[in-house]
Design a protein around this ligand. Structure first.
Ligand code: MN
Ligand code: MN
Length: 300
C-alpha cells in the first residue's frame, strides 16, 4: 500500500540533505549568514520542497534559533563554530537536519562537532522497534561525556508530524527513564548538542522566528494584516521576521513593533535565540530518522 506519509518524509529528507550540503559549502570566512540562509531556502524550493522553518544560522555560544535579520550584515570569521539547522517539508511532512561547520581552524570546535556527530550516529543505531527513548537518550549522554564534554540538557530531539516541527515525545540529550517504546514507522529528529560549558541554554534577545497561534482582535490594521499573512501563508509552521518584510510591505522597524505586540496578546509564539549559559562553544548534529529494523536516515 502506498504510504504518502513515508514517501513525503523521504522526499523532503532528500531535498533537505541536498540543500544542507550545498549550504554548508557556503559557510566560509567573509561570507554573509544572510546569503547562506537565502541560498538554502531557495535551494529547497528549487528542488520541489518548502522550508519547514527558517534556516537557523547560530554562531559559537548560541546553540539554536539565531538567524539573519532583513539586511543583516553578519559574516563568518575564522574560528567560528556555526550551526546550520534546516527544515524542509513535502505536503506538510516535516524533516529537520543540522550540521556544524567550523570556519577555518578551531580545535575545540572540531572536537565538539565530532562528539555531536558520533552521539548522533550511535543514537540512530538504536532507533529500532521495541527500544525505548530512555535507551537512546542514555546513549547520547554517554557518547558526549566519554568524549569529555557536556550535553545541553534543556534541548531535545523530537517527533515530527504533518505541519508539525516539534511533536511529542521528546528525545532528551541526557539519560531519562522515558518509557516510550519505539514503533516501526515512527519519525523522529535526533539532535545532540555538545558544549565545553555547563550544558544549559537560556533565551536571549533578538528574536527572528515566530509561529501563528490564534486570531485575536487588534485595533491596528498592520497587525491584522500581518496576522492574516502568518496564518494563511505559514499555517502552523514557524516563519522568519525577514520573510514578512517582503510579504507585508511594512518597514522592518514597524514590523518589529507589530510582531512584539502580537506576541504580547498571545496571537504569535516566539522563538528567541538560545545562548549557552556559560557562553561556551556549542556544536550540534541532527538527522531525521524513520524507526525500523534498519533505521532509515532520511536526511543522510
Ligand atoms: Mn533542527
Ligand atoms: Mn529539531
Amino acid at each position: 500500500m502506498p504510504d504518502e506519509r513515508i514517501d513525503s518524509v523521504k522526499k523532503a529528507g532528500r531535498i533537505l540533505a541536498e540543500a544542507r550540503n550545498y549550504g554548508a559549502t557556503l559557510v566560509r570566512a567573509g561570507e554573509r549568514a544572510l546569503d547562506v540562509a537565502n541560498a538554502v531556502e531557495s535551494k529547497i524550493r528549487e528542488l520541489g520542497g518548502e522550508p519547514a522553518f527558517p534556516t537557523n544560522v547560530s554562531f559559537n555560544h548560541i546553540a539554536a534559533h539565531d538567524l539573519p535579520d532583513h539586511e543583516d550584515v553578519r559574516k563568518f570569521n575564522e574560528g567560528d563554530v556555526v550551526k546550520l539547522d534546516i527544515g524542509a517539508h513535502v505536503k506538510g511532512w516535516v524533516t529537520d537536519s543540522a550540521v556544524t561547520i567550523v570556519v577555518g581552524k578551531n580545535d575545540v570546535g572540531e572536537k565538539i562537532k565530532q562528539a555531536a556527530e558520533l552521539a548522533l550516529q550511535n543514537a540512530i543505531k538504536l532507533m529500532i522497534p521495541e527500544n525505548t527513548i530512555g535507551q537512546v537518550s542514555a546513549s547520547i549522554e554517554k557518547t558526549i561525556r566519554d568524549a569529555g564534554f557536556n550535553p545541553v540538557i534543556n534541548l531535545t530531539g523530537h517527533g515530527v508530524g504533518q505541519y508539525e516541527v516539534h511533536a511529542s515525545p521528546a528525545i532528551p540529550n541526557i539519560a531519562t527513564k522515558s518509557p516510550y517504546v519505539l514503533k516501526e514507522g515512527d519519525v523522529f529528529a535526533i539532535e545532540p548538542f555538545v558544549t565545553t560549558g555547563m550544558g544549559m541554554v537560556k533565551e536571549t534577545s533578538g528574536t527572528q522566528i515566530y509561529r501563528w497561534l490564534n486570531d485575536r482582535h487588534t485595533r491596528f490594521p498592520e497587525s491584522t494584516k500581518i496576522l492574516k499573512i502568518a496564518k494563511e501563508k505559514y499555517s502552523k509552521l514557524p516563519f522568519a521576521k525577514r520573510w514578512l518584510v517582503k510579504d507585508a510591505g511594512v518597514t522592518p522597524a514597524k514590523l518589529a513593533l507589530v510582531l512584539r505586540g502580537l506576541v504580547e496578546i498571545g496571537s504569535l509564539y516566539e522563538y528567541p535565540p538560545l545562548r549557552e549559559v556559560s557562553d561556551a562553544l556549542v556544536a550540534q548534529a541532527e538527522h531525521t530518522v524513520i524507526v525500523g529494523k534498519e533505521p532509515v536516515m532520511v536526511t543522510a
